[in-house]
Design a protein around this ligand. Structure first.
Ligand SMILES: [Zn+2]
Length: 236
């Protein structure tokens, strides 16, 4: 498929939603250290061309953000509790499933902030509209491969609660999850060997109990990574 054909499909299936009113003033505040950590987490988990946009969404309306262990029941979660917005996203998602889930959860926050009625449906029209508006700047080939962008654009025309309830999108996302499983287990990597994990180069240092101490090449920082993580070997 040529680019112009693709853009025709994208255009046909996704009408630019009307903008929602300007966001309310931020409820949470944050420190430079928290902002730095947030930026680092996004750099590891979302496609490179979406990092700054995702970071800006957080700065506009900060929330406490945690990357959680895989839950089979959901990809992510949003709650508002004790005056705090809290978002979690599973750690085992591909970059693409991660960014879709991240924006899905922020749409819950924005729907909550913008609600005029006492009650809104969790995935009702307020959420749908916010999700469409927030996704539109990243619905492009810089962020998503064509195989995901086409079904994703269809899905975004009327998003359902779960991105995997739309089979073509689920299949496209799954093919990238499987792609990540093509590497080897970190436990099989020799000490001092270099490998990539989530687009970042590390050196394996030593085994702890269930995790392995590693050093990130660029920052020389040390991290522990699960021994069962899938990684790819690189030449030193
Ligand atoms: Zn949801």
């Amino acid at each position: 498929m040529s680019l112009s054909q693709l853009f025709k499909i994208v255009k046909k299936n996704f009408q630019e939603p009307t903008p929602i009113p300007a966001a309310a003033p931020p409820v949470n505040s944050y420190t430079p250290q928290v902002a730095k950590k947030m930026h680092e987490m996004l750099t590891k988990h979302v496609p490179a061309d979406a990092v700054e946009y995702c970071f800006d969404l957080w700065k506009e309306q900060p929330f406490s953000f945690k990357i959680s262990r895989s839950r089979s029941t959901c990809f992510g979660n949003y709650i508002y509790k004790d005056g705090q917005h809290k978002i979690t996203v599973n750690n085992d998602l591909s970059l693409y499933a991660f960014v879709i889930t991240y924006v899905h959860e922020i749409a819950h926050q924005r729907a909550w902030l913008g609600k005029s009625r006492r009650k809104i449906e969790p995935h009702g029209k307020e959420w749908k509209k916010n999700f469409q508006v927030l996704m539109s700047p990243i619905l492009n080939l810089n962020v998503f491969p064509e195989t995901i962008l086409i079904p994703l654009t269809h899905y975004m025309s009327n998003p359902a609660a779960s991105s995997v309830s739309y089979a073509p999108l689920a299949r496209a996302l799954q093919s990238f999850e499987l792609g990540e499983k093509s590497g080897i287990l970190l436990s099989e990597v020799g000490d001092n060997q270099w490998f990539t994990f989530r687009n970042t180069v590390f050196q394996r240092l030593e085994k702890r109990r269930t995790r392995i101490l590693c050093m990130e090449r660029a920052s020389k920082r040390r991290y522990t990574i699960l021994a069962t993580a899938r990684v790819d070997l690189v030449e030193a």
